[in-house]
Design a protein. Structure first.
Length: 234
């Protein structure tokens, strides 16, 4: 089920958007989890990358929309962003934050339908390369490309990512199962490596984004075969 957030200070436009979403759900049978915010700051307060699509107001009287968009993009590089604005010139600023589209107000339901179709299609493509982790802080979406390697220690699992370490109450067996459809391989019993980030393999050491990890005798052949296969199929 796609998760969509709407942040717009104009109550009349929020109501129109809500009606449009309800009509879209009725017509298409698509289940959508919706959340509405009366200000972008409320959306960004304790923000977690859970949403697939965000509709964000931009332009007067919500002049801080671009500031919020930049903050949103720094917190969530993958969310599909659609600007809602009554001034077309503001929509051009979307290129600064990799916005997919803009919904020019006032708008008709047919225009909304087209824009939402486009946003959901893009979100579906991106979701195919994402996983969701249940962390102590709550559910978190993580793009496969941002995972460097997975480590198990002290009965915990740690996702080492491009933006830091994510602790998880899980087992290596469970994480291997979660990531089995993606290019990962175990270099020893403690490390599951994202082959996209392998820099070098030298004797019994693999370098992953600058991190030197040991290759065990037991996993060496399988790991090297996986690396060679990945390189060959790239």
């Amino acid at each position: 089920m796609p998760r969509i957030a709407v942040a717009d200070p104009l109550s009349s436009r929020r109501s129109q958007l809500q009606n449009c979403f309800q009509e879209y759900i009725r017509q298409t049978g698509t289940d959508i989890a919706l959340e509405f915010f009366d200000h972008a700051d409320r959306l960004l307060l304790d923000y977690a990358p859970l949403y697939d699509v965000v509709f964000l107001a931009l332009g007067r009287p919500e002049m801080d929309g671009m500031r919020a968009a930049k903050r949103l993009r720094s917190l969530d590089p993958d969310v599909v962003l659609v600007f809602v604005t009554n001034l077309e010139r503001y929509a051009i600023q979307g290129y600064q934050v990799n916005a997919l589209d803009f919904l020019l107000s006032p708008f008709t339901y047919s225009t909304f339908h087209y824009k939402l179709d486009r946003a959901l299609s893009r979100a579906a493509m991106q979701t195919a390369s994402c996983i969701y982790l249940q962390t102590q802080e709550g559910l978190r979406r993580l793009n496969i490309r941002d995972i460097l390697y997975v480590e198990t220690r002290n009965r915990m699992v740690y996702y080492h990512t491009t933006s830091g370490e994510i602790p998880l109450r899980s087992t290596m067996k469970e994480e291997c199962r979660r990531l089995e459809d993606y290019p990962f391989a175990k270099c020893n019993q403690c490390y599951l490596v994202n082959l996209q980030h392998v820099n070098d393999v030298n004797n019994d050491i693999v370098t992953v984004a600058g991190n030197r990890l040991e290759i065990s005798r037991r996993t060496r052949k399988g790991f090297l075969d996986a690396v060679i296969s990945y390189i060959g199929g790239k």
